[in-house]
Design a protein around this ligand. Sequence first.
Ligand SMILES: Cc1cc2nc3c(=O)[nH]c(=O)nc-3n(C[C@H](O)[C@H](O)[C@H](O)COP(=O)(O)O)c2cc1C
Length: 322
Amino acid sequence: MADTDSRLALDFCGMPFATPLVLLSGCVGFGEEYTRVQGFSNRDAGAVCLKGTTGTLRLGNAPHRVYETPGGMLNAIGLQNPGVEQVVDNILPTLDFDETRFIANVSGSTIEEYIDVTRKFDDSPIDAIEINISCPNVKEGGVAFGNDPDMSARVVEACRGVTRKPLITKLSPNQTDIAENARRCIEAGSDAFAVINTLMGMSIDIEARVPHIGNNQGGLSGPAIKPIALLKVHQVYQVTREHGIPIIGQGGVTTPDDAIEFLLAGAAAIGVGTALFYDPLILPKINRGIIDYLERHGLDHVGQVTGALQLNTQRPAQRCGC
Ligand SMILES: Cc1cc2nc3c(=O)[nH]c(=O)nc-3n(C[C@H](O)[C@H](O)[C@H](O)COP(=O)(O)O)c2cc1C
């Protein structure tokens, strides 16, 4: 969408987003992956999240690293990346910051590594920093931090101490009380949330009797996880709305209707990841569909949809799904 529509533009933690769509970490390399596809433009996204970056180079997991499943895919890339110095010195200078906002995705095995990587990105042109405490595909750190509210808060507080750039905490769905975790991360200095990362899953080759994924287990993404992601966004929004803290809702968005659902549940922006594997030119279609929705509902701006969900009230709320 060459001429981005002002009805889609928003301020996200002080950053101007041309549209509420955010390209998700790990699904677009370091921001250049789809720019080679004719008709694709980073300008159709409000922001692009770069691949998870660690203190030093990581070669990632043994193959197979991805496997398609009904309604989604499993991945266990294992945070393959060239290390933060390479990213800052050699990749960031190649990105066109006129096109969109670029967000670093920070990972680590120790709190010291998170601090080191965040500090290096702080001293770079990157627009914001997303802390990935929810990666299920590495042995240490990642989701092990994200599943424990105390550890999550410690990581956020440590990163907050070394950057004034917007800090987005990426929360894991693989935990008991995501709202409590969000509350602790706000106290520790998080400016925004990304909800959710992948869910842990497995797929088995029944003839060979081994898991399809080399790492045995992987993170499930795509439409299969959307209902879970929507509920998690709704739960986190109950905590964030009183603080005015925005959420990038994500998990299985493939259509404009999916994006609207996330907005209604409380997201200010919507992530698109796995859908790009199916349709690299999906962004203008989702942007156009959001505008159609605004027009159908007599709304002037996408922000009016955020959190506009009205829960059913005719019966007492029941948590049980049986
Ligand atoms: C191949 C692949 C690699 C990913 N790598 C990362 C990563 O490095 N850091 C991260 O925070 N999330 C990573 N994710 C998770 C996505 O950013 C996103 O949160 C998740 O896939 C849910 O969105 P989706 O269903 O639209 O893909 C990865 C996902 C996929 C499919």
